[in-house]
Design a protein around this ligand. Structure first.
Ligand SMILES: [Zn+2]
Length: 128
């Protein structure tokens, strides 16, 4: 009976596991940094299309004070926030004020939660 670990010491396996862990951590940090940069760009240049619709997870009910649904980038930072989807999508009216709710301060139901029963603030296809 042989397996892929034949001829490899436990130390070598642990060393490899550590390498993989380190690489994954770096990749996830890079991804987080990338999304944070794009969020910053969206908020400072609200008229620039920064995120695509399918990159965003929308709130089930809660909206920005401008009327657009709240959203956050999928796979975004864990300690992120719900932001105005019009800002993220680059079609916000910049003469209006827009909302941002941090995850740590507000519990906002997402469209992906089963208890939302399909409710979403996602704009209809072609809108915006
Ligand atoms: Zn808004």
């Amino acid at each position: 009976m042989s397996n892929i670990f034949d001829g490899i010491t436990d130390e070598e396996i642990l060393e490899k596991a550590k390498e993989i862990e380190k690489k994954r951590l770096e990749e996830s940090k890079e991804k987080t940094k990338n999304i944070e940069d794009r969020l910053k760009t969206a908020w400072t240049n609200g008229n620039i299309k920064v995120f695509k619709m399918d990159e965003l997870r929308f709130a089930a009910y809660k909206r920005c004070q401008c009327g657009a649904g709240l959203a956050y980038p999928k796979g975004g930072p864990v300690f992120g926030s719900w932001d105005c989807s019009a800002i993220l999508l680059g079609n916000a009216d910049l003469t209006m004020k827009h909302s941002s709710y941090s995850f740590s301060m507000y519990k906002i139901k997402s469209e992906s939660q089963p208890s939302a029963n399909g409710a979403t603030t996602r704009p209809m296809e072609g809108e915006g």
